[in-house]
Design a protein around this ligand. Structure first.
Ligand SMILES: [Zn+2]
Length: 108
C-alpha cells in the first residue's frame, strides 16, 4: 500500500523541490503555490494533478508498474512537506492512484 508521508519519514520524496523528475512529482510550481495559498480548490488541484499522472502513465508506464510492485507487500510512504492532515497535498492523490495500480497488479 502507498500512504502519504511527511518529509521526516522513511520513504520516497515526491516533491517538485527535491525530486522533480519523479513520476509522482508535480511539474508546475505555479499550481503548487495556487493550491497552497487557496487560489484554487482542492478539486481543481486534484483534477490537474491526476491529468498530469495520466499523461505520464502513457509515456512512463514501466516506471509506474515498477513502483507499484514495491507497494505489493509493504507500506511505502510518499513524502511531501505538507502535514498528513492537509487535504491540499498531491501525495494523497498519488497514493490513491498507486493503490489502484497495486490492486490491479495483485489480480493479474
Ligand atoms: Zn504536499
Amino acid at each position: 500500500m502507498f500512504l502519504k508521508g511527511t518529509i521526516k519519514d522513511t520513504g520516497i520524496d515526491i516533491t517538485i523541490k527535491n525530486n522533480p523528475d519523479h513520476i509522482l512529482a508535480p511539474n508546475d510550481w505555479n499550481m503548487v503555490y495556487k493550491v497552497k495559498f487557496n487560489k484554487i480548490s482542492v478539486i481543481e488541484y486534484r483534477y490537474w494533478y491526476l491529468n498530469l499522472i495520466k499523461d505520464r502513465w502513457e509515456h512512463r508506464k514501466s516506471e509506474f508498474i515498477e513502483l507499484a510492485r514495491t507497494g505489493l507487500d509493504k507500506d511505502v510512504k510518499l513524502k511531501c512537506f505538507c502535514a498528513n492532515t492537509s487535504d491540499r497535498c498531491h501525495a494523497h492523490f498519488a497514493s490513491e492512484f498507486m493503490n489502484i495500480l497495486v490492486n490491479k497488479i495483485n489480480k493479474v
